[in-house]
Write a new protein. Structure first.
Length: 366
């Protein structure tokens, strides 16, 4: 019996969301034999044409930029066009990788929720007003309105499962499937020459893989490094993956292409991660794969992902961040990373498909 699964990933077009899509497609391509033997055919809707490289006999990549044109286009696409696609390809199951499902009862429906902002009480100064409206108001209302159309919701951490259950009266199944990092050691392309130059020094190098959103907590982190370096002879350099003004000890190196991330990790000493909320926190996993030390926010998402000897700090307190830097620099704590001590236990994205297929077989069992 053929199982045709429609995957909607049209909203995953940049930054962390695009990484989710790329890792999903890499894992699918790696498991083509399973798909073929199980008679599973995927139809994956994307808005980034470069993803067409993952097209195969078992995975049909469909380029549809239409829903990215505006909020109205997105609404029209999910309200009407998706229904015609489901009918055209005789779809039996629908998987949304973009936090929201659709109001359709005729097929089995699954949704990956990986947006943490609606489930976190952020202070006004730690989130942009537009994001309050977008996530805390509009998205929360949309999710409440359609959440029970999903047969199963997939999250990547236990804290997201608990947050979801506490906020919504969801009657379906919630499955926690933390992802594995796909081939991080293969993302070893060269860094831009200007970044290589910035990395050429004898100071201890701290890296924060970040963006410009306020919840990423860049300002407190920068303030902490400025104060630390003004009060200590042994200097620490902070590297931020955003554009901005650099100085002697704060280096804004801009966005680093995915293909060069392992190279970046191998050229620094420690990952510092002060984000105020994350549904997962992918750099925390990648850093472990690259053998980096980790200093992280004392928050549930970090405790769930990080090894036991991680140094934690209060992300709302600049002095706490400074203390964690001093602790690391003075070697008051020996962070001998042993990834097997705690063991991040990730699942492949193919497990999403296996979950859907098991339900499909059970549903169609005569």
């Amino acid at each position: 019996m053929e199982n045709y699964i429609l995957v909607n990933a049209t909203a995953l077009d940049s930054r962390g969301s695009l990484t989710v899509l790329r890792n999903f497609l890499v894992d699918i391509k790696t498991n083509e034999r399973f798909l073929d033997e199980s008679h599973i055919k995927l139809f994956v809707l994307v808005s980034v044409r470069e993803m067409e490289v993952f097209n195969s006999g078992c995975c049909n990549i469909i380029y549809r930029p239409f829903p990215k044109k505006s909020i109205f286009h997105k609404w029209y696409f999910e309200r009407y066009i998706l229904k015609s696609i489901i009918k055209e390809f005789n779809i039996s199951s629908y998987l949304s990788l973009q936090n929201i499902g659709i109001k359709i009862k005729d097929i089995m429906q699954y949704c990956l929720i990986h947006q943490a902002i609606p489930f976190t009480k952020l202070k006004k100064g730690d989130i942009e007003f537009k994001n309050i409206i977008k996530y805390s108001v509009l998205y929360s209302a949309m999710l409440k309105n359609q959440i029970n159309y999903n047969n199963t919701i997939i999250v990547q951490t236990n804290w997201m499962r608990d947050a979801l259950l506490s906020k919504y009266k969801y009657v379906g199944k919630i499955v926690v499937l933390p992802p594995v990092v796909s081939n991080i050691s293969k993302t070893n392309n060269s860094l831009p020459p200007i970044v290589e130059k910035d990395l050429t020094n004898n100071h201890v190098k701290f890296l924060y893989v970040t963006n410009i959103e306020k919840y990423k907590n860049n300002k407190r982190l920068i303030d902490a490094f400025q104060i630390y370096n003004s009060n200590n002879k042994r200097k620490a350099i902070l590297y931020l993956t955003i554009k901005g003004e650099s100085n002697e000890f704060i280096k804004c190196i801009g966005k680093i292409e995915h293909e060069s991330m392992f190279t970046l990790y191998k050229n620094v000493d420690v990952l510092i991660f002060p984000s105020l909320t994350e549904s997962l926190g992918l750099p925390l996993i990648e850093a472990q794969e690259a053998g980096l030390d980790i200093i992280a926010a004392d928050l549930p998402y970090a405790h769930e992902l990080c090894p036991e000897k991680t140094i934690y700090f209060n992300p709302y307190d600049v002095q706490s961040i400074i203390t964690s830097i001093e602790s690391y620099m003075s070697e008051l704590r020996a962070i001998e990373q042993n990834l097997n001590t705690k063991g991040y236990n990730g699942k492949g994205y193919i497990d999403y498909i296996k979950l859907i297929h098991e339900d499909f077989l059970s549903h169609n069992m005569v």
